[in-house]
Design a protein around this ligand. Structure first.
Ligand SMILES: Cc1cc2nc3c(=O)[nH]c(=O)nc-3n(C[C@H](O)[C@H](O)[C@H](O)COP(=O)(O)OP(=O)(O)OC[C@H]3O[C@@H](n4cnc5c(N)ncnc54)[C@H](O)[C@@H]3O)c2cc1C
Length: 461
């Protein structure tokens, strides 16, 4: 068959959004090349003890000042979602050796954390108003505010305010590019927690069905094709896959995760310019892990106000934030705990049994020695998976806006997209969706002008 004009590498939400945008602009001769047997990428459901749980993205952020097109799609699809109840977290905070903290004390500490967030927001705006590109870490802002979390209780509350969203601690994360937290997170409707048998990935399938005849056998979609080499020159692109296939095109849109770009899975020929490699290497790819545990019966508090509990430990981020799925799946007897960053990196190296053993030590302290063993455990390992190498990107504090623009810059016929290239919503599914549209529009601009000098720095999203 003749060479397509554009190859899109990756069938996650950004790749599919890019391909759909090209299709709608009349560019139909394209090929989507995906390493795995499915579309959806990091929107990924799995079956766990007979129920659908989300290994990847779980929260669909609300409307608010910026309309979220994914929310409209979710509504159209009648995606089953629920609102989480974080209200009573301060009454459900456990000490390291067991027993609850008095809720008054936790509330006081939470108030300080909220005041700190307000300061971070103001301080970030102040830095942004300066001509020079100055940035600090969130931790530096906390120091300037003279309220650095130190005790285990302060740290777990800080985890809830920062790491739970950024998946890195405040010492790593850029203040300026994280605060004020974006419209979807802070000022919109509350995020929806997806609990639907079809999974959050149904949103990507819905987008794909707008322009593909089938999600498995459309001739423009090549599944199970792992791209290992991208050769590019003025005259076009050749990509090679692990199974020895070769595809040629005029342009390529690379939508693989930042973690994959940082790994050596794909070789670029010639090597990408140094400034591009620096932009890729210096941005942050973090890990966010949801560990699911199925028990034969419930031994944790249930009913209104119990959905979440916090576990406090001298080690920051040691199995800190717990949720039960009773609201979404009554009677399921499933607990899940969220770990992030270095704790995720550590546990990914452990076998499931070792992780389960660590968890059981904690749960016994909280709920007594007689609690049952879990019937099953699910530990996603996003960092070790060669097609993801992490869960989502995080803006590190030393990283400039200029570098960030370079991360999205095309190199000749090689265009880049994915959540990490989003201007305003890095890390989020919505950011990935917008990025796909923006990158496709950059390429469409280039077709129109017939000279493709590059990236449209007026990207919207
Ligand atoms: C645990 C976790 C929790 C999250 N929580 C949320 C949340 O609550 N809300 C939210 O909005 N977002 C959340 N996210 C982030 C969100 O899932 C991502 O931002 C988004 O899905 C990224 O889409 P993408 O298209 O940029 O990348 P991807 O989905 O990674 O798509 C890239 C595609 O490229 C493929 N690929 C990789 N290498 C190759 C290769 N060599 N050849 C061919 N194909 C290749 C991959 O298989 C993948 O399908 C979470 C992510 C994770 C992992």
């Amino acid at each position: 068959s003749p060479s397509p004009t554009v190859i899109v590498i990756g069938a996650g939400i950004s790749g599919i959004a890019a391909a759909k945008t090209l299709h709608e602009a009349g560019i139909h001769d394209m090929l989507i090349v995906e390493a795995t047997p499915r579309i959806g990428g990091r929107l990924m459901k799995t079956q766990f003890s007979g129920l659908t749980v989300e290994k990847g993205a779980n929260w669909l952020f609300g409307g608010g000042p910026v309309a979220n097109p994914l929310l409209d799609i979710a509504k159209k699809l009648k995606l089953r979602t629920s609102l989480n109840d974080y209200e009573n977290l301060t009454s459900n905070t456990y000490k390291q050796e067991g027993g609850l903290y008095p809720s008054k004390l936790v509330e006081e500490i939470d108030k300080v954390a909220t005041a700190r967030d307000d300061f971070c927001e103001k301080f970030s705006k102040k830095l942004s108003s300066k001509k020079k590109d100055v940035d600090v870490s969130i931790l530096a802002a906390q120091r300037i505010f003279k309220q650095v979390p130190k005790t285990p209780l302060e740290m777990v509350i800080d985890f809830y305010h920062n790491d739970y969203e950024d998946a890195e601690p405040p010492k790593v994360t850029s203040l300026k590019h994280t605060y004020p937290r974006n419209e979807f997170v802070d000022h919109g409707e509350d995020p929806y927690f997806v609990a639907d048998p079809r999974g959050f990935e149904i949103v990507v399938q819905y987008l794909a069905k707008q322009f593909l005849s089938s999600l498995t056998s459309d001739p423009r979609l090549k599944l199970n094709k792992v791209v290992r080499e991208i050769s590019y020159s003025k005259s076009g692109v050749t990509i090679k896959t692990e199974d020895g296939s070769t595809y040629n095109s005029k342009y390529v849109i690379v939508s693989v995760s930042l973690g994959v770009l940082q790994s050596d899975l794909i070789e670029f020929q010639p090597t990408l310019p140094l400034w591009k490699r620096i932009a890729i290497s210096d941005f942050g790819m973090t890990i966010y892990t949801k560990i699911f545990l199925k028990f034969p019966y419930k031994f944790w508090p249930s009913g209104p106000g119990t959905e979440f509990f916090l576990y406090t430990h001298v080690r920051r981020g040691y199995y800190p934030l717990w949720q039960h799925l009773e609201n979404e799946y009554p009677g399921s007897n499933i607990l899940f705990v969220t770990v992030t960053a270095d704790e995720s990196r550590r546990i990914e190296q452990l076998p499931d049994e070792a992780i389960e053993a660590e968890i059981m030590v904690i749960l016994k302290k909280l709920f007594g020695d007689n609690i049952p063993k879990p019937e099953s455990i699910l530990v996603p390992r996003w960092g070790l998976d060669r097609f993801y190498k992490g869960s989502f990107s995080n803006w590190p504090d030393s990283y400039s806006q200029k570098r960030k623009d370079q991360l999205a810059d095309p190199i000749g016929p090689v265009y880049f997209t994915g959540e990490h290239t989003s201007n305003k919503y890095i890390g989020y599914a919505t950011g990935a969706y917008f990025a796909g549209i923006d990158t496709a529009n950059d390429l469409i601009e280039c077709f129109k002008k017939k000279s493709c000098r590059g990236y449209n720095r007026n990207r919207w999203h």
